[in-house]
Ligand binder design. Structure first.
Ligand SMILES: [Ca+2]
Length: 182
């Protein structure tokens, strides 16, 4: 009797623990500022990519899955030379701050680059993209934008030789201020 009650209590504990894990899932790594910028983005404009930009090449599979907010659907950047995923932040929604990259599928910790581009495709600056080996199913990391607040229209995420990875979404910490009154 005593052991039965103990085991029932244990089951209850496990259920609560599982729920806590579920509830907490996805919040890890997201800072307060991140949540704030997400909300501000919804009010003022879209901080996510709107379209595939020029220069995206065939070693990127399902590139359009990197558009919009994180939804666990990812573009696959194959581990081939000169692979590039170029994302268009949108006209009037150019990024002006650091870029958060939602990614997954990394087998070893590696570093690549994100290029920040003007509307004409010219390079403004590049930032390091640190991809850590994924412990869970997804990860988010910030790429520093050194030329802030110069607006960037496109971001070019460079591939890595022999190390494929998946990009779910990109999010600018800040975007050009939109005049909602038109
Ligand atoms: Ca996605």
């Amino acid at each position: 009797m005593k052991s039965k009650r103990a085991s029932r209590a244990m089951q209850g504990f496990q259920a609560v623990w599982s729920l806590a894990l579920l509830a907490g899932c996805g919040d890890e790594g997201l800072t307060q500022g991140h949540a704030f910028s997400l909300q501000a983005g919804l009010l003022l404009g879209d901080p996510y990519a709107n379209a595939i930009g020029p220069g995206t090449n065939s070693p990127v599979l399902e590139a359009d899955r990197a558009l919009g907010g994180p939804d666990e659907q990812s573009a696959i950047v194959l581990g081939l030379l000169n692979t590039a995923l170029v994302l268009d932040m949108g006209e009037g929604e150019e990024g002006t701050g650091d870029l958060s990259v939602y990614y997954s599928g990394v087998s070893i910790g590696v570093v690549t680059y994100v290029d920040f581009l003007r509307t004409d495709g010219s390079l403004i600056s590049s930032g390091l993209l640190h991809l850590v080996k994924i412990r869970g199913s997804k990860q988010v990391t910030d790429v520093a934008y050194s030329a802030a607040p110069t607006p960037y229209r496109y971001v070019r995420i460079r591939g890595l030789l022999a190390v494929p990875y998946a990009v779910d979404a990109v999010e600018a910490a800040s975007i050009v201020t939109q005049n909602t009154e038109g």
